[in-house]
Design a protein around this ligand. Structure first.
Ligand SMILES: Cc1cc2nc3c(=O)[nH]c(=O)nc-3n(C[C@H](O)[C@H](O)[C@H](O)COP(=O)(O)OP(=O)(O)OC[C@H]3O[C@@H](n4cnc5c(N)ncnc54)[C@H](O)[C@@H]3O)c2cc1C
Length: 363
């Protein structure tokens, strides 16, 4: 049997695109080397915050937020609102500069007084010098991503194969994908392999400048209620939220060790300690909490830190989607746009040409 398109990678990008394609009348198949949502999409911190998104990605994040609301409890979605904190004069400047740009880009972010912050989050340190607030911020439970999309693919009658790594891609009247379970034929391919995009594109002799960051997340034991919003830091080096079960999830992009090819990576205690220290500085009551577990996941990026979303350079029937900063938040919306592009429709927002020249740009 030949499919209209084979999607390689069953993370949030691949699955969201598959759903759009099927709704548009195509017959996709999704292939993952492990289980659906076992990559970055299943181990991330789940923060859905407009305040930590890049300015140019704000329209995609805003659209994504509406889609998360629709996904709701099935993905553990909670719209709590979020505060971003600054402790030093330099951080105050950074907070004002970044959040003003994001507000101008459409995010409903306001600067709040210390009195208002204390009324909302009495447990936070009095060392806060400035704070911003966004009522749209919240979180989802990334551990539910695979389960959620598996159900959605089934409901839509979309074929998917787990534990099926693609090891070769040949051009044979369309494409023939090599897997240990035998070949899969499709008229088109979408590469949505996250931090594994570089070796996957190399199977088609394309060199994508994809790098991987090894982000760390930690979770505490269940604690009495100590915060009710998503809390972030002006530098982006801290995100935290307390789940309904009392556990506190702490992230901020601190780096572990390892490479995507080696597997899930390794926690670097030297990086976890300052992450936890910053969390405890922000919320002193965390000093009594024990960390149950820290883990890592691989987040892909390219040198300008904007997404790869479009046709694969040199091809008109092969596509790539990935390397989206804050890609969990934006995944559902950019997946829809990518689906529209493949369906031959005009996406509602412009995408990000994977054939562009990649110059460093990080506002
Ligand atoms: C620890 C961590 C914390 C993060 N926190 C946040 C956050 O709080 N908020 C936020 O918005 N974003 C966050 N992110 C970013 C976000 O998780 C990612 O941008 C997003 O999940 C990427 O989705 P994806 O589908 O592109 O990649 P992935 O979810 O990694 O999916 C790629 C899939 O491709 C499969 N694959 C790879 N190679 C092959 C092959 N050859 N054959 C078959 N299958 C293959 C993999 O098994 C994998 O399942 C975080 C990332 C990490 C790692």
């Amino acid at each position: 049997m030949s499919y209209d398109i084979a999607i390689i990678g069953g993370g949030i990008m691949g699955c969201a695109t598959a759903l759009r394609l099927a709704a548009g009348g195509m017959r996709p198949i999704v292939l993952d080397q492990g289980d659906l949502g076992q990559g970055a999409s299943g181990v991330n911190a789940g923060t859905l915050s407009l305040q930590i998104k890049r300015v140019k990605l704000m329209p995609y994040a805003l659209k994504g937020h509406h889609l998360w609301e629709e996904m709701g409890t099935a993905v553990g979605f909670a719209k709590t609102g979020g505060y971003t904190l600054a402790f030093t004069d330099r951080e105050v400047d950074l907070l004002h500069e970044r959040q003003t740009m994001k507000r101008e880009a459409g995010a409903p972010i306001t600067f709040v007084s210390n009195n208002a912050l204390r009324a909302a989050e009495p447990g936070l340190t009095h060392a806060v010098k400035a704070a911003s607030y966004c009522p749209e911020d919240g979180y989802a439970n990334s551990a539910l991503t695979g389960q959620y999309y598996r159900g959605k693919l089934q409901d839509a009658g979309i074929a998917y194969r787990e534990r099926t790594p693609v090891t070769g891609i040949d051009r044979v009247d369309g494409y023939e994908l090599q897997t240990p379970a035998g070949p899969v034929r499709a008229a088109r391919v979408l590469l949505a392999a996250g931090a594994w995009l570089k070796p996957l594109a190399a199977l088609m002799d394309v060199d994508l400048p994809v790098n991987a960051r090894i982000n760390t997340v930690s979770v505490t034991e269940r604690m009495p209620a100590m915060m009710s919003h998503v809390i972030g830091h002006a530098t982006g080096l801290l995100t935290m939220k307390q789940k309904a079960n009392g556990t506190v999830l702490i992230g901020g992009g601190w780096q572990g060790k390892g490479t995507p090819q080696q597997g899930r990576g390794e926690v670097d205690v030297a990086a976890v300690k300052p992450n936890l220290a910053l969390a405890q500085y922000a919320l002193p009551a965390l000093g009594t909490a024990r960390v149950l577990r820290s883990w890592t996941g691989f987040e892909a990026n390219v040198p300008d830190f904007y997404p790869l979303a479009g046709t694969l350079p040199g091809f008109d029937d092969a596509f790539v989607l990935g390397c989206v900063r804050g890609g969990y938040t934006i995944g559902p919306s950019i997946g829809q746009l990518m689906g529209d592009l493949i369906l031959g429709r005009s996406p509602e927002m412009p995408l990000f040409d994977p054939g562009r020249s990649f110059e460093e740009d990080r506002p």
